[in-house]
Structure formats: structure tokens, C-alpha cells
Design a protein around this ligand. Structure first.
Ligand SMILES: [Zn+2]
Length: 316
């Protein structure tokens, strides 16, 4: 009722303006536009650049759209109504905290001890998706696993026992064998969280969310999900050559990609962004400094917080 009165008052004021300015009794949208623009021209704002005048005109037009009486809602194009709703949701989301998930795959490997030290020094939560057989390859890797398991800033999850031996299509063509491979990793690594990421696949299956990547692996994910696992993929990937320490994407590019995913709401879940990295990226000091620099850039935002995948997604 209030909105209707407000609209009627607005219409009355606008019509008066039309009649006073031109004596025209037409209320077609074309006439309204031209009259409102003329009335602005008579304003001292005539000295303002044309773009400012158009802004003023736009805001008047938006005013008409923003307070529609109930029976005029149907006259708004569905496309415009959807855009308005999307805009208002985005405006609300922008005001809320943002959540960063640093995830490291394929450990324990050379690079794991450095990751453990850096995230500890920076005081940020991290998620590591581990491969069962890697922990048995050497004493150092076994020690790396223990460091991860004992670090309160690190949560360790399942990335299978064999990593499909890098033959993904074959691995997932036998979902029962693939599922059993995950069960073996869960037991031998002594993992307490039922969280998994499928090797070579960006598949999400948690709660009632199910997102496949067009390749096989969906049945394995379903078997894990039925067994109580949350299966997570990633939004942004950062690649560094572990042997040279050279990045395919610089620290700045990776930071900007993450920020853009948050700002434009293009991650799987709004205001939550999952970054994929690999443990073997951080073998050399050069690459380790890049990881520290990326964390520093993200920490500059007071509304960004670092979370474990077990808390994904943070909702309001
Ligand atoms: Zn992997």
C-alpha cells in the first residue's frame, strides 16, 4: 500500500513536470524520457558533462522501476525482473565475508614440509588431499604425513591410494575398484575426515550438490558419497613447475583470479573460492616464496578468511 502511494505520488509529480514544461498531455515513455531530459537541461546541472546528466536520467528511470505498484509488476520484462533480483542478491553478497580454501593435492611429496611450515608461519588453515602410496615411498614422506596429521592448521583428506596410476579413464571404468582404492587410502593414512577429491577429475558431490565434469568418475563419486564422503573439486588452479619453480600463472594472476571469482560470483558457491595447488609445486625456495606471497596478498583483505574444506561452503 505504501509502495503504491509512493508510486502514485511519483507519477503525479512527473505528470505535473510534463505539463508545466511542454503542455503535452502524452505520457508515452518516449515523451517522458525527452521531457525529463529537457527538465534536467533547464537545471544548473547543464554545466555537468553529458554522462552525469544521463546518470541522473537513469536514476529517475530506475526510480520508476524500483517502486512498482503490485499490478504493474507483471509489466516488467521477466528478464529485467531477474536482473534486478540478481543485482540485489549480489549487492547483499558483496557485504558479507569471503572464504578462501587453500587445497594441496598429491602429498606427501617433496614440497609438503615446506607447505606445512609456510601455512603454520602464516597462521592460515589449509586442506591437503593425500595419496596413500606416497606415504610409504620414503622415511621423509612418512614424516611429512605425520607433520600434516599433527598440524592443527592442516586437515588431511583422501585423494585415493594409487592416484589411478595416472590412467584415469581405466581407473573409473571400474567404480567398485576405484572406490576400494579410496577406502584403502582412508585406512592406511589414518584419516579422520570423510572428505575426498577424485584424481584427474573436477567432480563435486556434497549435501544435495552434484556436479560432474563430463568425464567418467561420477559413479565412483556416488559410491563415496553414499558412504558418507563429501567429494570436492576446485574453482581456480595454480600451476608452478616444481623443478624450475617457474609459474604458469604469476602470484598476481592467481590472486586476481581468486578475487575475480569472489567479486563476480563465478565460483561454485558464492563468496567461497577453492584454490587447487599440488605439493610438488613447492620443492624450491623460489616457489615457496610465491606461496607465501600469495597468502600475504589474500590476507590483506580483512573480509577474507581461510577455511577447511570440512566447513565448505560457508553460508549466511
Ligand atoms: Zn592428484
Amino acid at each position: 500500500m505504501i509502495m503504491r502511494s509512493r508510486f502514485l505520488f511519483f507519477c503525479f509529480a512527473l505528470c505535473s513536470l510534463v505539463l508545466l514544461s511542454t503542455g503535452c498531455n502524452s505520457t508515452s515513455s518516449k515523451a517522458l524520457t525527452s521531457v525529463v531530459y529537457d527538465s534536467i537541461s533547464a537545471d544548473p546541472a547543464i554545466l555537468a558533462p553529458p554522462s552525469l546528466l544521463m546518470d541522473k536520467l537513469d536514476s529517475l528511470k530506475k526510480g520508476l522501476l524500483y517502486f512498482p505498484p503490485v499490478d504493474s509488476i507483471n509489466k516488467i520484462e521477466p528478464k529485467v525482473a531477474r536482473a534486478m533480483l540478481k543485482d540485489s542478491i549480489y549487492r547483499e553478497l558483496k557485504k558479507k565475508p569471503k572464504h578462501i580454501y587453500l587445497t594441496f593435492d598429491d602429498g606427501p611429496l617433496l614440497g609438503s614440509l615446506a607447505i606445512d611450515s609456510i601455512v603454520t608461519a602464516k597462521g592460515v588453515k589449509s586442506s591437503v588431499f593425500l595419496i596413500g602410496k606416497h606415504a610409504k615411498m620414503s622415511k621423509m614422506l612418512s614424516r611429512s604425513l605425520q607433520k600434516y596429521l599433527e598440524n592443527p592448521l592442516v586437515e588431511a583428506y583422501n585423494h585415493s591410494y594409487t592416484h589411478a596410476n595416472h590412467r584415469y579413464q581405466t581407473f573409473y571404468s571400474d567404480p567398485t575398484a576405484a572406490y576400494t582404492d579410496f577406502v584403502r587410502a582412508q585406512e592406511e593414512l589414518g584419516l579422520k575426515h570423510k572428505v575426498a577429491r577424485l584424481p584427474g577429475r573436477n567432480i563435486w558431490m556434497f549435501g544435495d550438490v552434484k556436479r560432474l565434469d563430463g568425464r567418467n568418475g561420477g559413479t565412483t563419486a556416488e559410491m563415496l558419497h553414499e558412504d558418507g564422503f563429501q567429494v570436492f573439486g576446485w574453482d581456480v588452479e595454480w600451476r608452478i613447475n616444481g623443478r624450475t619453480g617457474e609459474s604458469e600463472q604469476s602470484v598476481d594472476m592467481t590472486y586476481k583470479a581468486m578475487k575475480s571469482y569472489l567479486d563476480k560470483n563465478i565460483s561454485l558457491y558464492p563468496n567461497n573460492v577453492v584454490l587447487l595447488m599440488h605439493d610438488d609445486m613447492f620443492q624450491l625456495p623460489k616457489a615457496q616464496h610465491k606461496l607465501a606471497a600469495l597468502i600475504d596478498s589474500l590476507k590483506q583483505h580483512p573480509d577474507y578468511s581461510f577455511e577447511f574444506m570440512t566447513d565448505y561452503p560457508k553460508k549466511y
